[in-house]
Design a protein around this ligand. Structure first.
Ligand SMILES: NC(=O)c1ccc[n+]([C@@H]2O[C@H](COP(=O)([O-])OP(=O)(O)OC[C@H]3O[C@@H](n4cnc5c(N)ncnc54)[C@H](O)[C@@H]3O)[C@@H](O)[C@H]2O)c1
Length: 437
């Protein structure tokens, strides 16, 4: 058995900070409170419901993940966050319309006390929104300092031991890598000069990392995915992860595509369209914000199917993704996929998927798992990109010399093997030894 990694025990309270208290964040917070009260179950959360096999199959050791690794408990969590509107979490959850009022009323006292802090926001980066509850300061650097003050106050007032943060705010417009993102020095200079290549999400990232807070990005924004931020995270010994929660249609893609590839079935086209009517849908109705999302959604198939390795099966595959804002559906999205596949001798077939999903219901357990696992990373003294958490993201961050792993099943093996490694358990290779021992 290898030596286990030293893990600092999760004593005291864990603050979970959320930039953006909209549909996903309020569904997450309200859900955790409902679970704590015993009125609902944390379905979809690997940390709460998942188990992990250890050793050889006859050993029959399959503990729950939360009993196997030292995670903070739901009782330890204290929520906080920022938003561009002043609504408390109860009011915001009612407006988001994901959870029923009847459920929300049962946990009203717990969630109506959670008031957002004033946001760092600029409608140049989210064109469909016009915030009213905003910080003001002469430079982007000063705004970052105000966020650092918020973080320190939140920790002090709530007597917290540790903090983590998950970006749950709106998707910003598409930004390309800019020379000012190339190093921490250039980035800090640009912050002080109010450079347009620095989006609000980067100001949060800079503030959180400088305050030593692990930060995961749930949206497809560039945010952490720039050399300056990766350098800063390493320098500050802070774990970072991203980007874009893998829910809904992309989750389906990363379930189906590895299956086609495993059976050497060809794909000539994959057309995906969505209708959704929540605020996220409204923001994505702006072509610049949609572009950020589109790039994130399109990369998935290319990486899983590897057309360069399998040109006969996937070269020239036509992949298109559309998101249409359609208010009557609210948060209850409908995602259609038409998949043109081909088999033996090239004979064509079609698959249609119609997923009537609930976006925030799929995203909330991801926020919970990321909060608990990022805190674990911090207590293991891991820093920089946490690739083992790729399982949760549409566009997993990885070292610049690598390509991201998109296959959900490989991602799950990676996650669980990381936990086994952490605790000094044998990695599971699924190699049967009974034939040749
Ligand atoms: N729900 C999903 O399945 C899913 C999947 C992947 C990614 N996401 C991403 O998660 C994010 C949240 O989604 P949602 O459905 O909760 O959206 P939402 O519109 O309901 O919530 C976003 C919240 O962020 C606030 N906001 C915007 N800019 C801000 C800023 N700079 N600082 C603080 N607050 C700010 C908005 O006022 C809003 O309350 C979006 O970026 C979305 O693309 C969601």
């Amino acid at each position: 058995m290898k030596k286990p990694t030293t893990i600092e025990q999760p004593k005291g309270k864990l603050g979970v900070l959320l930039p953006g208290l909209g549909a996903v964040a309020t569904t997450f917070i309200a859900g955790v409170e409902a679970v704590k009260k015993g009125i609902a179950k944390p379905i979809g959360s690997l940390t709460q419901m998942g188990s992990i096999r250890l050793g050889k199959r006859p050993e029959n050791r399959v503990p729950m993940i939360k009993d196997f690794v030292e995670l903070a408990t739901l009782e330890d969590i204290v929520f906080g966050g920022w938003d561009i509107f002043e609504d408390n979490v109860y009011e915001a959850a009612i407006k988001a319309g994901v959870l029923e009022k009847e459920l929300l009323n049962q946990i009203k006292p717990e969630i109506e006390n959670i008031q957002p802090m004033k946001a760092v926001f600029d409608s140049q980066y989210v064109k469909k929104l016009h915030g009213t509850y905003l910080k003001e300061a002469p430079t982007k650097y000063d705004l970052a300092q105000l966020l650092v003050e918020d973080i320190q106050n939140f920790k002090k007032v709530n007597r917290l031991d540790r903090l983590v943060a998950i970006w749950c705010a709106s998707t910003e417009v598409f930004l390309n890598l800019d020379p000012v993102h190339a190093s921490l020095d250039l980035f800090e200079k640009a912050l002080k000069e109010n450079h347009p290549a620095i989006a609000p999400s980067m100001i949060y990232a800079y503030a959180l990392i400088s305050a030593g807070v692990p930060f995961a990005n749930g949206a497809p924004n560039l945010t952490l995915d720039i050399p300056a931020m990766i350098e800063f995270a390493k320098q500050q010994n802070v774990p970072i992860a991203g980007k874009d929660f893998k829910t809904g249609q992309t989750l389906m893609k990363t379930l189906l595509a590895p299956g086609f590839k495993a059976r050497m079935l060809g794909v000539s086209g994959w057309f995906s369209t969505n209708i959704l009517g929540n605020r996220d849908g409204e923001v994505l109705d702006d072509p610049d914000s949609f572009k950020t999302k589109e790039v994130s959604k399109l990369g998935v198939l290319e990486h899983i199917l590897q057309p360069n390795v399998y040109p006969d099966l996937y070269k020239g595959m036509f992949h298109k993704v559309r998101i249409n804002y359609y208010p009557p559906r609210g948060d209850n999205k409908e995602g259609w996929d038409n998949i043109d596949i081909f088999g033996w001798l090239g004979y064509p077939m079609q698959i249609k998927v119609d997923f009537l999903c609930r976006d925030s219901i799929l995203a909330a357990p991801i926020v919970l798992d990321l909060a608990l696992f990022m805190d674990l990373s911090q207590r293991c003294k891991w820093r920089g990109i946490q690739e083992w958490l790729s399982f949760y993201f549409k566009t997993p961050m990885c070292a610049p010399e690598l390509y991201p792993e998109h296959d959900l099943f490989i991602q799950l093996i990676k996650l669980k093997n990381t936990l086994r490694h952490l605790k000094g358990e044998e990695l599971i290779t699924h190699l049967g030894t009974e034939y040749y021992d």
